[in-house]
Design a binder for this molecule. Structure first.
Ligand code: ASP
Length: 294
């Protein structure tokens, strides 16, 4: 595709919004991130770098259920999942159920760029990260913290305390990319994987669309996840909004809730959710940065 002035992006900080809770810190953070994405895309940054950096920032902030804000599983430790996809090259990488990797999305990108595999799990993922010099959390007990809007009781009740993060982008060269990272759902069984680390379920990018999903993996996976929305565009010729709404409707039909962000190659942005809210931001060459939670 030729150079143009078109760009677009969207970010999410999870669709697990509990009514009455304060998410202002996350919303302020997402606005700052969105302004940085806008500036960098205008300056010609690559979509893949935009989604990587945005997700890294959310992982280290401790404001979301990803990276620093991840909650322990039922065995008492954090397991991290992340995936990334470069739509222009149709390549993806992911890590799943990995412990104490400081920047899970950077690890997923390293799998994509430096291994011959698409997905590495658990001890194998950690070994790969050590081999490639990726940073590990030195003191897990003090590093991990409760994210914004989550209280201790949520750990026991799994009270909608989900806050996976994700980013999708289209750059000036027409390249699309998507990235998603999570600590999973609160109280999950050790070894449990949701949609997030699965290319095509939590994350998908090709030459038409980039998609990132959030919330209940157990509903998103059977619904077809991000690949379902991409296929609706590719084979069903559905407009982006219709495709994303169709996926959310299927998730809802499986008693699941959650949210989806997507951009297409024309620079359209779509964000839909069927939960009480989704921490989110968007921007494009057509529309100024917008943020929201509910
Ligand atoms: N999709 C994630 C999972 O099922 C959770 C979330 O997005 O909040 O692990």
């Amino acid at each position: 595709m030729t150079d143009s002035n078109t760009y677009a992006f969207a970010l999410h900080g999870g669709a697990g919004v509990t009514p009455g809770r304060d998410y202002s810190a996350a919303e302020v953070h997402m606005r700052e991130l969105a302004l940085a994405c806008e500036r960098d895309l205008q300056a010609g940054a690559a979509a893949l770098d935009i989604v990587t950096r945005a997700v890294e920032e959310m992982e280290t902030s401790g404001l979301y259920v990803a990276g620093r804000g991840s909650a322990p599983n039922d065995a008492g430790y954090v397991e991290l999942d992340a995936s990334i996809m470069d739509g222009a090259k149709r390549q993806g990488g992911s890590i799943a159920a990995a412990r104490d990797v400081m920047l899970p999305i950077r690890a997923a990108r390293a799998v994509m760029e430096k291994s011959e595999h698409v997905m590495l799990t658990a001890r194998g993922a950690e070994r790969f990260c050590r081999h490639h010099g990726l940073e590990f959390v030195a003191e897990p007990d003090s590093y991990y913290r409760l994210p914004a809007g989550v209280v201790e009781e949520d750990l026991a009740t799994a009270n909608r305390a989900h806050g996976t993060v994700g980013a999708v982008a289209l750059d000036h060269q027409g390249r699309l990319a998507a990235a998603t990272s999570t600590g999973g759902i609160f109280g999950k069984s050790a070894g449990r994987l949701g949609d997030t680390p699965i290319i095509g379920a939590g994350t998908r990018a090709d030459e038409n669309v980039a998609v990132s999903c959030t919330e209940l993996g157990e509903a998103f996976i059977p619904a077809g996840g991000a690949q379902d929305a991409a296929s609706r565009v590719r084979y069903g010729s559905q407009p982006l909004d219709e495709a994303v709404e169709g996926l959310i409707a299927d998730v809802g039909a499986r008693d699941g809730d959650g949210g989806v962000i997507a951009v297409d190659r024309e620079g359209r942005v779509s964000m839909h959710w069927n939960s009480p809210g989704m921490k989110r931001a968007r921007g494009s060459s057509r529309v100024a940065v917008q943020t929201g939670v509910r």
